[in-house]
Design a protein. Sequence first.
Length: 131
Amino acid sequence: MLLLTVTPGPAGATAAGAVSADQSGTVAGDGTVTLSGTYRCSPLTGPGPVFVSSSVGTGSVRHGIGGTAATCDGAEHSWVNRERPADGTKMTPGPTEIEATLVHLDTRGGLPLPDIIATDQHQIDLLPAKG
């Protein structure tokens, strides 16, 4: 008698998807950075939330800028992340690199493990926020 057991790997829990970041963001006088873009992901086949996270910076110095809960229904959605860098760095207008990541926190094993669905990384311009 042959017993065959199939256990899905990490890719089995992930939605297919894409994420993109807009070509510019804004920085307010108090250092709050606002970034935006779009994402799309298919429904998950495993438990756990999906987020769009973002960071800005140059070289190896990155500053996380918020996170948005994603809806994985196959449709395109907008995301906006707004935050001041946690380490107190005050961002200024000008060119910088952005990285947007669509990530599933896989909870099948109890401890949430990040499973990256898609990323977008390119240079943007941080513009002064109006108001």
